[in-house]
Design a protein around this ligand. Structure first.
Ligand code: ADP
Ligand code: MG
Ligand code: MG
Length: 877
């Protein structure tokens, strides 16, 4: 089996086998570009190496020797020859680009003998010994594991003793003495000598590259970027060209377009008389590529020509490494250049206008996860000096404000016109008014899908959560980061995109829908079939959603309307009512409030569907905290001036709260169970919806209400509540007006039983909306709050699960339930409308699944809509 492939025999399509670098070197060779000859040891060889216990098999080494002999013929040089030595580089090259993760060794093949050969061959002793000391440095570090600072120290001392500032001013004698020092250093640190035998060097170098696949840096990078461990890395063996032979030589990197703006201008840097990584290592300050036009005009033209050719060939902006040896240009690498989100958009749009890409190709190329960068305010990076800590980047964007440690203060200060940042150990639904009032949220506990994170993302507010480096002490109104103390009222800045918590108020720049983004979104809309709706609980969010292209509201959670400080007491009175009479009184008070909410939602979404979910959470979420009530009770007992009435009232409250206590509220009296036991609650909500609809119709607004019943598990639940909706609708609107209000009634599918009995449930439903948050909880039997950051993190780390199922939809299990429900539902009722409205609605992989399963829409938080529009188009492509 062939485990070694010459650059002459490979091509770009062999990336999986040859790695990115090897495949592109072969492709450039085929295109007739000046690439130093060489060959690639395949990723399969690497996997075999691991399989047989980190060993290079005899068979593989023979193939390497054969390829090397061919290379010797091509170059007219011999590996290890005393007077005409072949030198090579040993370069790692993985399939997915892993910048800086693996190390490269240059000038391999030099030893005490061949270095003299190289010196006389090139008539340049200084150059030859410079190459040799570089080899020892790289080999010593990468292969033998000697920390590079040992070598750097010796080099530094040499230059100091010789009184020179720059490496290129060191003499041949200087390099020779350094080489002796390096030899000793290697012997002392490792107990072995630098290998003089060149084949020994080669074998060790290849082994080291293979093994570097499993070093810690590489593993962490792979996990972060979801690159499979089973890929393995290829190794490229390439004949050396020298940029460090004198003034007619150099090395550099160019981008075919500007990677930070996307502008179509040649961009890059180079160094005269330098080798390999000198440019990036910052040993000397490189020159802008424009200077090469004056210094080496012919080379510049040739480089420009090759760059254009490569860009056309790969149909994308290229990042190219080159070296000039004695006025001859060589290309050493090309790859699709990294770029920021705005540059990516501009380049893709420009390439379409230049006729290089089709619109589809351009849309397909957008990395949707990067769009987050664009849709939020950002921090002026130059200004950042004092980063206090780093937490999880839970909701992108930048926020500046004065620090507060409780929701009430946040609300109070914000009313007084201050901008605030709310810092809590963790947030609960009771903090919601504080979250609304602040610019951003910081928590010290909780994961990417903790309450704070979900709520903040939904509102498009920056959030950093799980910032464990910070100790928040709300009772003292301050927090500690290391030795630093930040107090209430101090200014801080949050960077939700990176998780940074920054001391002080940083200057921000506004987010903008750039022209390129608008163009790209238009193209995406032309392609996609999946609709994109928004989760929005208030008119403000609805407005933003519509601006960002929402085609309707997929989820309006009515309970969020209950949390405002003026309404909560009424809601509490409703819940704590002694009898129906009292409850009806409180509900009557809530009715006009809800009606205004819906009224403005309908107005904002004129002509588009608005899906309203009736009350869902367990009632105790609205009640005062039991512990606090008990504390207050104790206080009242000792306070002389407390009246009996006060005491009684508090005791009564305690009894009520205790009575409503549930062992497991998630599985308790919530959702439609609440609506069935207390029909007057849903009755009020439905009445408010249709009254608002009626008022809107009078004003000439087109209303399309879709009433959603949560947590249905049995068809009879939906049957009763549908009858209630129909009854109230007719009562409020009358037969006549009903015709102008084509409403729908449907259910959230979030209990596995509902999915399994879709055949029965669909009889009473116009639509199914998959509430994938709860459906995931109930399908796995994981309580989300008890899973994330705890055993679930462990599961993902140990690869028991491929992803956190609350972030990426579990297509295997939860997805199967969705599939069953959609298919049986449609079988019975072809007009059934289907969509999802969980957190997953804004996740690319999950959107792909929704498209494939044939759902009609996904619903996500307003700020993720552009992302979802593009992902939906990509799913179609
Ligand atoms: P990385 O993936 O870290 O960029 P590379 O394998 O591309 O590592 O090599 C590191 C540096 O060495 C680059 O600047 C590259 O251009 C240079 N280099 C690699 N092989 C050769 C060679 N055969 N001749 C001259 N320079 C080389
Ligand atoms: Mg490189
Ligand atoms: Mg739910």
């Amino acid at each position: 089996q062939k485990q070694v492939v010459s650059f002459l025999d490979g091509n770009a399509s062999m990336k999986a086998l040859l790695g990115g670098k090897g495949a592109n070197l072969a492709e450039m060779t085929r295109a007739g570009l000046p690439v130093p000859p060489g060959f690639t040891i395949t990723t399969e060889a690497c996997l075999h190496f691991f399989k047989i216990g980190n060993r290079i098999s005899e068979e593989l080494f023979e193939q390497i020797e054969t390829a090397l002999q061919q290379l010797e013929k091509q170059k007219g040089q011999t590996f290890g020859h005393a007077s005409n030595p072949l030198l090579v580089s040993v370069r790692s090259g993985s399939v997915s680009s892993m910048p800086g993760m693996m190390d490269t060794i240059l000038n391999l093949g030099l030893n005490d003998v061949t270095v003299q050969g190289l010196a006389s061959l090139t008539n340049n002793e200084k150059f030859a010994y410079d190459c040799y000391r570089r080899l020892m440095q790289m080999f010593g570090n990468v292969v033998l594991g000697v920390e590079s600072y040992h070598f750097e120290q010796l080099l530094h001392r040499l230059k100091e003793d010789a009184g020179v500032d720059h490496d290129q001013d060191v003499t041949a004698e200087g390099w020779k003495s350094l080489i002796e020092a390096y030899k000793t250093c290697i012997r002392v640190k490792t107990g072995q000598d630098f290998p003089q035998h060149v084949y020994e060097q080669l074998r060790m170098a290849v082994e080291a590259v293979f093994k570097s696949w499993n070093n810690q840096r590489a593993q962490i990078y792979r996990r972060l970027n979801r690159i499979p461990d089973e890929q393995g890395t290829a190794v490229n063996i390439q004949s050396m060209v020298f940029g460090n032979m004198g003034g007619e030589c150099g090395t550099g990197v160019v981008f075919t377009r500007n990677p930070s703006t996307g502008e179509n201008t040649f961009f890059g840097e180079y160094l005269i008389n330098a080798q390999g990584e000198d440019v990036v290592a910052g040993i000397r300050t490189p020159l802008a590529i424009a200077a090469l036009q004056d210094e080496m005009p012919a080379i510049y033209e040739q480089l420009l020509g090759a760059s254009k050719l490569l860009e056309m060939h790969y149909k994308d902006m290229q990042d190219i490494e080159f070296t000039v040896e004695n006025n001859k240009l060589y290309l050493l690498q090309t790859r699709n250049g990294k770029r920021n989100a705005q540059a990516a958009l501009k380049i893709a749009v420009d390439l379409v206008h230049e006729g290089v890409l089709t619109k589809r190709e351009a849309v397909d190329r957008i990395e949707v996860s990067h769009l987050d960068q664009l849709l939020h305010r950002g921090i002026d990076e130059q200004a950042i000096t004092d980063v206090l800590a780093k937490g999880l980047p839970a909701s992108p964007g930048a926020a500046v404000g004065q620090l507060v440690f409780d929701a009430d203060t946040a609300a109070e200060w914000s009313r007084a016109g201050k901008t605030v940042i709310l810092a809590r150990n963790e947030t609960t639904p009771e903090d919601i008014h504080g979250v609304i009032a602040s610019e951003g949220v910081l928590t010290s506990r909780g994961g990417m899908t903790s309450h704070a994170a979900v709520v903040a993302r939904g509102m498009g507010k920056p959030c950093v959560c799980g910032c464990e480096e910070i100790r928040i002490v709300p009772s003292e109104k301050r927090m500690m980061a290391g030795t630093k103390i930040v107090e209430e009222g101090d200014w801080i800045t949050l960077d939700g995109a990176t998780g940074r918590v920054i001391n002080g108020a940083m200057p921000l720049h506004e987010a903008k829908m750039t022209d390129e983004l608008l163009v790209m979104l238009k193209w995406a809309d032309e392609i996609r079939t999946l609709k994109v709706f928004a989760n929005a609980d208030n008119p403000h969010d609805a407005k933003i959603a519509r601006q960002l292209g929402a085609e309707g509201i997929g989820l309006c959670r009515t309970e969020h309307m209950f949390f405002s400080p003026t309404r909560l007491p009424v809601v509490q009175r409703m819940i704590l009512a002694e009898d129906k009479e009292e409850r009806l009184q409180a509900l009557a008070q809530l009715l006009p409030m809800q009606q205004t909410d819906f009224d403005s939602m309908f107005e904002e979404m004129d002509g588009l569907p608005v899906t309203i979910r009736l009350l869902d959470p367990p009632l105790h979420e609205f009640l005062p905290n039991l512990e606090e009530l008990q504390k207050r009770h104790a206080q009242l007992m000792y306070e002389e001036e407390a009246s009996d009435e006060e005491r009684d009232e508090n005791a009564h409250l305690i009894r009520k709260v205790q009575a409503l206590h549930e062992t497991n509220p998630m599985l308790g009296q919530r959702g439609c169970r609440l609506g069935i036991v207390y029909p007057e609650i849903y009755d009020m909500q439905i009445e408010a919806i249709f009254r608002a609809a009626s008022r809107c119709i009078d004003r000439g607004i087109r209303v399309l209400p879709e009433i959603m019943i949560p947590l249905v598990g049995h068809a009879n639940e939906l049957k009763i509540l549908r009858e209630l909706v129909e009854f109230v609708a007719e009562q409020v609107l009358g037969k006549e007006k009903l015709r102008d209000c084509p409403y729908k009634v449907g259910t959230m599918i979030e209990v596995p039983r509902a999915a399994l009995t879709a055949r029965q449930i669909v009889a009473h439903a116009d639509f199914f909306s998959f509430g994938t948050n709860d459906l995931t909880q109930m399908t796995f039997g994981y309580s989300r709050d008890d899973a994330e950051g705890k055993f679930l993190t462990h599961y993902v780390d140990q690869k028991l699960l491929p992803h956190n199922p609350f972030q990426v939809l579990d297509t295997e299990g939860v997805g199967q339930l969705i599939d069953i429900a959609v298919n049986t539902g449609r079988c019975v009722k072809p007009s059934l409308k289907t969509g999802i409205c969980g957190e997953h609605g804004g996740d690319k992989d999950s959107i792909f699944f929704c498209h494939l399963t044939g759902l009609d829409y996904v619903s996500c938080s307003p700020y993720r809509i552009p992302l979802a529009r593009i992902a939906a188009a990509q799913a179609f492509i």
